[in-house]
Each structure stands twice: as C-alpha cells, then as structure tokens.
Design a protein around this ligand. Sequence first.
Ligand code: KIV
Length: 281
Amino acid sequence: MSATGELKAMTPPDVVARKGGQPLVCLTAYTTPMARLVDRHCDIVLVGDSVGMVLHGLPSTLGVTLDMMIMHGQSVRRGVGRALMVVDMPFGSYEEGPEQAFRNAARLMAETGCGAVKIEGGEGMAATIRFLAARGIPVMGHVGLTPQAVNTFGGYKVQGRGDDAERILRDAAAVAEAGAFAVVLEKVPEALARRITANLAVPTIGIGASSSCDGQILVVDDMLGMFTPFQPKFVKRYAQLGEQAETAIAAYARDVRERRFPSTEHVFGDAPKSIKGGEAA
Ligand code: KIV
C-alpha cells in the first residue's frame, strides 16, 4: 500500500530488493482475464513472446511482431493492478542496435503502460541494455536458452553444460552489469544456475533452471495444461484445463446433436415472468 492507501504496484527496484529473499513468483499472461488471475498471486506478469506459439499457433516465437506485443500488452494492462508488468521485445525489434531498441522499447512502454521490457541475449546485448537502462527503460535480461535463437542453437536444447557453462556465466554477468534489474535463466543445469545466482547482485528468475534461482517463471498455459503440443521437463502441470475444455466441448456437441441443449431452462417464453440476473426470464 502507498501512503495514500492506494494499492502499490511492484516496481523494478522492488524486484531487485527481493534478491536472496522470498522467491519471486512470475507467470506469463496474454489477455485481460488471465492477467486478472495471475495478478492476484504473482509479483511479475510477463507478456511473453511465447504468445505467438501459445495463442497464435506459430511454430516458434520468430514470427511475433511489435504490433502483436502491443496489442497483447494493452489487453494484459487492463488486468494488472499490483504485479510488475514486463513485455517481451520480439525478434527483430532490438538487435540492430541501441537506437532501434530504444525506439521500440519506448513504443512498448508508452502504448502498453508496462513497467519494463525483456530482451533475450547475453554479452552481445549488454551495450543495448545499458543504453535503455540509462534512458528510463528498465530491462529484464534473458540468457541460457533464448528461444529467439532456436535456429542458431539447433533446437530448444539445454545450454551451459560442461565447458559451455563459462559462456552463460559471462552472459549473465554482462547483462546484470549493464543494468538489467533481473535476469531470466532458461534451461541451464542446476549447478550453473546456482553459480550465476550467487554471482549476480540482481535476482535470477529460473525456467528450467532449478530452485536455486531467486524466482521462477512458467508459461501460464503450460502449467494449466492448456497448451499441450509438447511438455518440457521443467513444466509442472498444476491443472489439466485443456482436457477439461475438450470434455466440455464434446458434451455440448453431443447435447446439440441429440437436441438436449437448449432445454426449457435456457429458452425464453412469450411474456417475461421475472427479472433474473438483469435479464427477463
Ligand atoms: O516468452 C516467454 O513466455 C518467456 C518465458 C521466460 C516464459 O520468455
């Protein structure tokens, strides 16, 4: 709560203050209704570019555009009151250099009202992160498996095994040193996640990176069992909403075909009898 009694929204400095403390709880959301649910329980709501695969049926996140992120960001904004809202910068919107990144990040912030943006990449993105952070744009980093580089990696593979650990350590350190207020660590071995978390002054947020991180993030549709083309090992399914939805849709289809729906309770008579839920029954 603020001094005036208003509900205070989480800010990037609040996130930094949680380093080594109570784990940060983060989930994605792409729409107002889901954002409302997530906002009640999470510290950070990420409008992830995973929206392209989860809601738009794209084969990867590479086809996601800035306009898509703005539209979903605006939708999520209407459902977020207390969490920090972070919006992903999509592929092609920041890699040319700091100026391009600033122009597009400023658009994301102005048009969605988000509190921060997320950028994938390590050492190669440090100059861009520094440029944005120095100009009022809080940046969340993302290292390890960065899905926008899926073609370079040759698939969604674990990163940082064996000697490759040093590369990810350097990436995480560079991004944090450049001014990122938190760093997402995706799909890296547990021992490496522990080392990075101990090294950085800002929180690490793990996805497939063990409980040694300062926080956790998942794609909400994955943990609810709504997005089921594949199930990564790091996802715990807390519900099977996809199965429940299919069962419900099949029951509706049966009822319509067998003329069991609509039944009398869903049908209007000639003359209104009473007002039920604001509607003449
Ligand atoms: O796009 C996304 O959803 C992400 C994750 C870290 C969950 O980047």
